[in-house]
Design a binder for this molecule. Structure first.
Ligand code: GLC
Length: 544
């Protein structure tokens, strides 16, 4: 392998921007309708133009793909659908040559039941049975667990007369992290990928690895932070690696622990509160006030004490413009720009989910088009629900929305593949696609480029403190950020003002824009005035 990979400079957490690739749906290079590693290599030019620093790939390990790769059968091999280990090494090397790092997804809470460990456990090997959470009937009766994907979280194995725990699909068996051998295996997996030149890791549902049986709690268990610190020391710690934990259950105190600036755990975590998906995500609606309160709490609570991730979407979430913004054709682009500005001018590390930079949207799903195990299970479990309401929920929340193929151009397969894709394309690729937006300077794609460049250019975006103004106003988002240059003493103030409604609205803080302020970015042409147009947003910089 290329020796220079290991010597590329560490990626700087303060300024880095991460792009999430869902490899199955990014680019197909071999005409089988499924994206692959060589497809990603072909699109490195696009990613370089966008200006991102790190590519998070959702799992590409060998997997039966019941849960699209989050059911790992072998952490050391690449699934043949995606390519080979040699192609992966080539991707790492090609990306490094462009100054881009690769972030691997570590699925440490569970394995596929096709993993060798589980196969050996079923064959009766006690060493591997102790890798998983096998329990007898009395224990299971006393500890009922509902799977996150629906149904009983315990699966009976007749030949062992025992049950194994699966918090997700029955094909995803939970590992027992209280067993030190399991923790050592995971450190070994990470070290294997570090040696290949990987620059970052995303830890899948990591807050679930320590379980608390007395409270029947599957997340935030008593040993959670001990286990993460141990893993940090045994693998990625102190090596300039960017890490992010997926933690649905993290409150501010946990977030401070996880992202402690002393580097003992992760660089940051994903907290999902701002999405408003709540307890019953299927019937949830976006609430701008809840968004603002969550952002205010996290931005203030982690300033100097931890680090935020900043994101609007991922492969499990609705398309950002459909969830937060207004995806009707006349407003789609301007509202997607607004939300990009709101997120990218805050403190933390922005994550862009593939297609978000084009304003890709949710779509309307027919039952036979669904591919996601969660949506399919949910649909099957909701026979009581009014079918029209069920359809609305799947259209608004279903994870397949984020998994339709990347819209590269207006051609019949959107430039994604030469064959029929594994999942249906969104018809709107005719209008919404990368080719059109790269050629048009005022497109959403170029707005994202500009936001990434601004983060690199302005220390106030990287380091400034954050004050949300009018936190209880549901129609506007306004915030102020301040940073003083320790060398020159100059004070920099950034002011973000955004009208969240489709009506013109007076912006009360517009009078804080001083004479001589620089308009850093705007989603409307021309000079802004105190009354903002629908979904108008502006970012100003003032230096004294
Ligand atoms: C995470 C992943 C999701 C997966 C689940 C189980 O939430 O993001 O896609 O289904 O973990 O691994």
């Amino acid at each position: 392998m290329n020796p220079h990979i290991l010597h590329t400079p560490a990626i700087d957490l303060d300024s880095c921007v991460i792009y999430q690739i869902y490899p199955m749906s990014f680019q197909d290079s071999n005409g089988d309708g499924m994206g692959d590693i060589n497809g990603i290599r072909q699109r490195l030019g696009y990613l370089t133009q966008l200006g991102v620093d790190l590519l998070w790939l959702t799992p590409i390990y060998r997997s039966p793909k019941r849960d699209n790769g989050y059911d790992v059968a072998d952490y050391h091999t690449i699934d043949p659908a995606f390519g080979t280990l040699a192609e992966m090494e080539q991707l790492i090397s090609d990306a490094a040559a462009r100054g881009i790092g690769i972030m691997m997804d570590i699925v440490a809470n569970h394995t596929s039941i096709e993993h060798e460990w589980f196969v050996r456990a079923l064959a009766g090997d006690p060493r591997y049975q102790a890798y998983y959470v096998f329990r007898d009937k009395a224990f299971v009766d006393a500890h009922p667990i509902t799977s996150i994907f629906g149904g009983n979280g315990w699966q009976y194995v007749p030949q062992l007369d025992r049950y194994y725990l699966h918090n997700f699909d029955a094909s995803q068996a939970d590992l027992d992290w209280d067993n030190p051998a399991v923790r050592a295996e995971m450190a070994e997996v990470i070290n294997f990928w570090l040696a290949k030149g990987i620059k970052g890791f995303r830890f899948d549902v990591i807050d679930m690895v320590s379980k608390e049986w007395s409270r029947l709690a599957m997340s935030n268990g008593p040993r959670l932070h001990d286990y993460i610190r141990e893993l940090n020391q045994a693998s990625f710690g102190g090596k300039g690696i960017i890490t992010v934990g997926e933690t649905w259950g993290a409150d501010l105190a946990h977030m401070q622990h996880y992202s402690n600036p002393n580097g003992s755990e992760f660089s940051m975590v994903f907290n999902f509160e701002h999405l408003g998906l709540g307890r019953d995500k299927w019937s949830s609606h976006f609430d701008p006030l809840a968004f603002k309160r969550a952002m205010a709490r996290h931005q203030t609570g982690l300033h100097g004490l931890g680090w935020n991730s900043l994101f609007l979407g991922n492969h499990d979430l609705p398309r950002a413009v459909s969830r937060f913004g207004d995806d009707r054709p006349e407003w789609r682009e301007v509202s997607a720009k607004l939300w990009a500005m709101v997120i990218h001018l805050m403190q933390g590390t922005p994550f862009i989910y593939q297609g978000e930079e084009l304003g890709m949207t949710n779509r309307h799903w027919q039952a036979d088009e669904l591919r996601d195990v969660e949506a399919i299970n949910y649909r099957a479990s909701q026979s009581e629900l009014d079918p029209a309401e069920l359809g609305r929920r799947l259209d608004a929340i279903g994870r397949d929305n984020a998994r339709t193929p990347m819209q590269w151009d207006s051609g019949p397969r959107a430039g994604f593949s030469t064959a029929a894709p594994w999942i249906v394309l969104n018809d709107n690729h005719v209008a919404i696609n990368a080719a059109e937006q790269r050629a048009r300077p005022d497109s959403l794609f170029h707005c994202y480029r500009q936001l990434i460049a601004l983060r690199k250019a302005h220390p106030v975006i990287r380091h400034g403190d954050v004050a949300l103004l009018d936190e209880e106003d549901p129609e506007r988002i306004s915030y102020r950020r301040r940073w003083q240059d320790p060398i020159t003493g100059a004070r920099h103030t950034l002011l973000l003002l955004a009208n969240l409604t489709e009506r013109p609205l007076v912006m009360p803080h517009f009078d804080q824009v001083e004479k001589g302020a620089t308009l850093l970015i705007s989603n409307y042409p021309g000079e802004p005035a105190a009354t903002f147009a629908p979904y108008q947003a502006t970012g100003w910089l003032m230096t004294t």
